[in-house]
Design a protein around this ligand. Structure first.
Ligand code: NJP
Length: 235
């Protein structure tokens, strides 16, 4: 209740579901993504719950964009209680087919973007002696799959960031955690939400409920790792 959140990748998919779920529980949010039109659409959905939503078009790979987003959240709400590092892109190719540009873009969005946002919210959180940083990682952040070199590397990296940061800032009252969803029905990797081949997959809302659980743990508890899969996912 009355918390404020920055949610990256909030223009669709899991980020959208988190924005809607958090507003239902009384949080205001700054919605980050590149598609202005979609951010407006999500902001409208959030406002239906009576909470504030500020669409903030930004690219998580650009430090100036990230710093501007955090400043805007502080101006608008006076504090950042929760950062959800959710923005991410897929890449599933044999390593010989991955160009250096593609490799670097996956690392920049999935890993460096989360580093930049975590870094930008730390001082304001440390000043208040509280805050939560939640990473939307992946089940393939802790195990590998063929054709997953770039994506797995980015998510293994994110796990490293999340775990190391968690231990670094815990004593300062800041809790850091990672959520590792399996196959989730979104627009991920240029696919369509609701496509028939995704029958039985996790819904974006299932992942949002996990984020809500992590975010609502009592102050003396850090839920630092959560993994969830659809029953139909065998591996
Ligand atoms: O994917 P999608 P998900 N700067 O494509 C944003 C992880 N995950 O919701 O910029 C800022 O529907 C993009 O916004 P826009 C996955 O790795 C998923 O499934 O406007 N934002 C959009 O809002 C990722 O970390 C599955 O295009 C940027 C959002 O990211 C997270 O879940 C399985 C951006 C992507 O929405 C959410 O992905 C798994 C940038 N440079 C982990 N680039 C799964 N779906 O199966 C992208 O294990 N975005």
């Amino acid at each position: 209740k009355n918390k404020t959140a920055i949610i990256t990748g909030a223009s669709r998919g899991i980020g959208e579901a988190i924005a809607v779920a958090f507003s239902r529980e009384g949080a205001d949010s700054l919605l980050v993504g590149r598609s202005e039109f979609d951010l407006e659409r999500v902001a409208e959905r959030v406002r239906e719950s009576g909470r504030k939503a500020v669409p903030f078009p930004a690219d998580v790979t650009r430090e100036a964009d990230v710093d501007a987003a955090v400043s805007r959240a502080l101006d608008e709400f006076g504090k950042v209680d929760i950062l959800i590092n959710n923005a991410g892109i897929g890449s599933f190719k044999s390593i010989k087919d991955i160009s250096l540009d593609e490799w670097e873009q996956v690392i920049r969005v999935n890993l460096t973007g989360s580093f930049l946002f975590a870094k930008a919210v730390l001082d304001p959180m440390i000043d208040r002696g509280q805050g939560q940083i939640i990473h939307i990682s992946s089940d393939v952040g802790v195990r590998t799959i063929p054709k997953g070199a770039a994506y797995c590397a980015s998510k293994f990296g994110l796990e490293g960031l999340s775990g190391a940061l968690s231990k670094e800032v815990r004593k300062l009252g800041i809790r850091v955690g990672s959520i590792r969803p399996g196959m989730t029905d979104t627009y991920f990797n240029d696919t369509k939400q609701g496509a028939s081949e995704k029958e039985g997959w996790l819904e974006a809302e299932d992942v949002a409920e996990a984020a809500l659980y992590m975010a609502s743990a009592p102050r003396h508890v850090v839920v630092d790792e959560l993994m969830l899969h659809p029953v139909i996912q065998e591996y």
